[in-house]
Design a protein around this ligand. Structure first.
Ligand code: ZN
Length: 150
């Protein structure tokens, strides 16, 4: 398990150093800002929605390593997916981090997002990891105010 944890940590650090999709897509038609006052994370997500498909997605902003890595991997995971796919992934991700339900974290169906399972042991960091997802949900819902974790 410690080897796996080490690997997960390296994946997160890599995404923090070289975030994927760190840009505003040319045809973005949905956007939302998310702020996490506890940590100081501030992130804007941009979506190019075509029908109910997220054709392109990117983000910009300033955040801690967990937040940047979460946004980077989230954008990778959501590109080309439908809105209902995105909702399902968010619910699974949130459940993994908060241990909702049966008290044991499950990463089933989350693919590489499973690297964030260890974050559930650090309650103050959970909001860093979920902030990009809250911003995407706000963007999909057409909300224009910044979404805050507080
Ligand atoms: Zn943070």
């Amino acid at each position: 398990m410690s080897d796996l944890r080490e690997l997960y940590q390296q994946v997160i650090l890599d995404h923090n150093r070289r975030p994927r999709n760190y840009r505003k897509p040319e045809h973005a038609n949905r956007t939302a800002e998310g702020v996490n006052p506890l940590c100081g994370d501030r992130i804007t997500v941009y979506l190019a929605l075509e029908g109910d498909v997220i054709a392109d997605i990117g983000f910009q902003g300033s955040g801690c390593a967990i937040d940047r890595a979460a946004a980077s991997m989230m954008t990778d995971s959501l590109k080309g997916r439908t809105i209902s796919d995105a909702e399902r992934l968010f619910e699974g991700f949130h459940r993994m981090l908060t241990n909702d339900g049966n008290g044991s974290a499950t990463a089933e169906g989350l693919g590489k997002l499973a690297v964030f399972a260890g974050v559930s042991e650090f309650p103050s960091r959970i909001k860093c990891a979920t902030l990009p997802w809250h911003a995407v949900r706000a963007a999909l819902a057409g909300k224009t105010d910044a979404v805050s974790t507080e």
